[in-house]
Each structure stands twice: as structure tokens, then as C-alpha cells.
Design a binder for this molecule. Sequence first.
Ligand code: PMP
Length: 353
Amino acid sequence: MSRYFTPTLAALEPYTPGEQRKMPDLVKLNANENPYPPSPAVADAVAGVVSGLRLYCDLTEADLCNAIARQVGLPADHILCGNGSDENLLLAIRAFCDGQTPLAFADITYSFYPVLCQLLGVPAHILPVREDFTLDLTAYYGLGETIVIANPNAPTSLLAPVAEIEEVIRRNPDHIVIVDEAYVDFAGEGASCLPLVPKYDNLIVVRTFSKSRSMAGARLGFCAAQPALIADMNRIKFSYSPYNISSLNQAAGTAAMQDDAYFRDTVAKICRTRQETTDALRRRGFTVLDSATNFLFARPAAKPAKEIFEALRERGVLIRYFSAPRIDSWLRITIGTPEQMERFLQELNHILR
Ligand code: PMP
């Protein structure tokens, strides 16, 4: 820290992401990244805009918003793009929370929500998940607060039915409900709240290109909501980062969105590997929750979770361990390629022997 370090800065507890270690033969299953490359169309699209980089990028992100709008079946004025979901979450919380309007979220969920609350001076209202890690969404009725729900949730991998989320939206008519659907493309048909957007003026759905579109390194996400909410969030965006999506990223995202066949194929492969890995872990005595995501939340029986995490790390396989209460006997394992999961299971066999 510098000699200019302030108490305000000292009070922040920054987000701790999964380790970004680099070594030969590393199997990296700790950040819920996609093991497959982005659509081949992305490279061509990016190359095509390089000569135009001397100009500022399109402020309206028209091509990208249109491509997203077509894909999700909403008009383009219902879409706002951000530098990853993380920026969209920041925009929404900055726009719709303050000292008087807290942000409500589950005790076990995406750990960036409390970080944003702290950064933005927003009180956090933490609601416990049930013993089996499912969300008790009746506790979210009539809260009088802004609400964020990760669905499917992380790190638990569990999906709440759309009907239950809709009831939360309906029963908080004067407050915003943000549904963070980072992993919803792995949850099968009918899992998304996007079809509810035209019906509710208090719903914001947050989506990302980081997972199902294999573009975590690009930093690209979008929100879908009614135009009045998009305009509100744009007031924040245009107050601090109007050019938040570079021309390179706009071109990459447009191409990725348009390649539906590649996207479906990638998601299907990951879902197949997810089932195989779930079965394999259960055969080894793990409790594995039924995942609606590209990762598994699993509790080992034979050895403590932390010991397994550390031993795998020694052997060049990175998974995620959380020391937080209630989840410190669990492991989060990203679904990689079949070959990566085979290696993970082999190393696990050594450790459990
Ligand atoms: N929401 C959830 C629930 C996540 O797990 C993550 C990423 N780990 C994000 C949002 C952030 O995604 P992005 O890369 O789009 O910022």
C-alpha cells in the first residue's frame, strides 16, 4: 500500500477470483471458464475491425445490441451491454440502491455482490439459503429493497424455477429484482426469466458471454430490461464509462451471438461431460448437487475438501475451495473437456487411494 492509503480504501474487501496460475499441463477447473474456444467467426470479425481502431467505438453498440436482441427475442432498446456481467451488476446496483435502499441477496451466492455493496456504500441484506442450499424465495416477498438472485446460483449450481422467481418479482412491485443468469444456458429450456421482461417493469436480467459463449477474457455481458430501466442504467454508464465496449469486443460479441449452431454444440458437449463427471464422482462417494451450470458443487466423503483441493493443486489440477462457513466441506469443479475431466478423476483416484 502507498502512503496515501485512506481508511475508506482500507475498509474495502476486494473480490478474490480463482487462481490464474500458468504451468505446463495445468488442468484449470477453478473459474467456471469454458474449455472450448469461442466460435471461429469471432477471430475473423475482430480482424475485420482492426483498421478502424483509430476511431472511437460505436457508443450505441448497435450491431451488438441487435444481434443480442434477435437471439433473445426482445427489441434492441431492451438491451444494455457491459464490460462483463460484473459491470452490469455495478450499473444496476449503482442505479437502484443507495443508503436507504439496501441490496438483498442470499448468504451463499456470487461473492461479488457484497463487494459491490461495500464499494458503493449500499447496505447488504443477507437471506440464508435452506439446509439443502435451495433458495427460500418466500423470504423475498415484499422486502422493500432491491433484490439480486443468481439463477442458477453459484457456487451451489442449483436452479430455482422461473415461476418462483416470478412470484418474487410480482410481490415486490415497487422495487427492482435483478436476476443474474450467468449460467442459465446450461440449465435447459425454460430456465430463463427473459420471457418475463415485457411483462414486468421492475425486472433486470443479467447475462454474460463469459460462460456459454467461451469469452471470459473478452469481458462482455448484457442486461435485458424494459427501456425505462435501460435508460436509468445508461445515466450511470454515460457518467463514467461511455465507451465501455471496445470496437474489438463489439465485433467479437456480435459474431459469437450470431453463431447459434456453435453455441448449441458447445453447451451440449459441456452438459454431457457434466453428467459423466457427476456419475463418476458419485461412484467415488461424493455428494454432488444436480447442477444446472457448467460446474459441480460436490462434497467428498473420504477426505476433507480442503485436503483434496490442495492435493489436486500439487498435481496440477486447480479446482475451487471456499473456506466460508457452511460450504467449507464442499468443492466447486468447473466442467472441462472430457480429457481434462479424465485427468482430474485420475489424480483424484491417486489422492483417495
Ligand atoms: N454472476 C455470477 C453468478 C458469476 O458466477 C459470475 C462469474 N464468475 C459473474 C456473474 C461474472 O461474470 P462476468 O465474467 O460476465 O463478469
